[in-house]
Design a protein around this ligand. Sequence first.
Ligand code: NDP
Length: 277
Amino acid sequence: MSKPSCYAVFGHPIAHSQSPRIHQCFAAQTGITLSYKTIDATPEALSTTVHHFFTNEGGHGANVTLPHKAAARALAHECSRTAMRAGCVNVLTLLAGGQLAAHNTDGSGLVRDLSARHALQLRGKHLLLLGAGGAARGVAWQLLETGIASLTIVNRSPAAADTLADMIGDVARVGTRCWQDLATIGPVDIIINATSAGVFQQSLNLPTTLIGAHTVCYDLAYGASARLFLDWSQAVGARRTLDGLGMLVETAADAFELWHGLRPATEPVYQALRSTC
Ligand code: NDP
């Protein structure tokens, strides 16, 4: 009997990852047999560990998460447009001939979660993006492609926000502000928290004036990491508060489709995870 095709997620730490569970659910749904494991790789060991997985362990594809998303791009021979402009990747795929292709599914996953799962209208909306790290770079372009009216990028280190805005170059719709100026911009339609502050249980110290009765607050993180920002948003009157669990499932579905050519149904998997996360 042939061995099942082999997939993995690389991170450090990685034990908490939901990716093996998500991919096994997709596999069961679509009748595909696969193995999917977590691989804890330090930044120093990433290159050799990834190489070993694809050349010696029969790896067909891998997800990449913190802190490797930028470094993983350098391991690939081909880069999709989304990975290129984000400067970081979350999917590696083995090509014929042993080379690797890199892709970034963060933006498509977020937009599908916002629009399809949560039925949010993005066109014409004014968005505030908190953070300018890998995830923010992964989602910014795709948010703009939905027809939003404006994207204001704010980052703790302002230079990174300026760099991201410059890379996007859509000066009519994209601007940056300093964190200290947030009190002057008034309520926004949608706030996307793409910082990792919640992962470290750090408060963002945001002014309550950002939140109006119509404001929707979305945290890319989920579980305990999303609670500080979402609890604060709810307490100061946000209309809706949403975490990134659905985005996680949608980005995984994109990777699954890339590898297997089949689109899994995400809602049952999202609901199963929701009951435990
Ligand atoms: P990075 O390390 O690349 O970036 C972290 C960002 O957070 C930087 O902009 C950093 O600012 C900012 N930051 C960190 N601490 C603070 C703080 N105390 N106050 C204000 N800003 C802070 O991480 P990622 O971009 O990869 O991930 C960001 C978040 O998105 C994480 O919570 C991650 O789990 C989540 N994520 C969720 C996904 C999903 O599928 N649901 C997918 C990808 C990410 P500075 O530049 O000043 O350091």
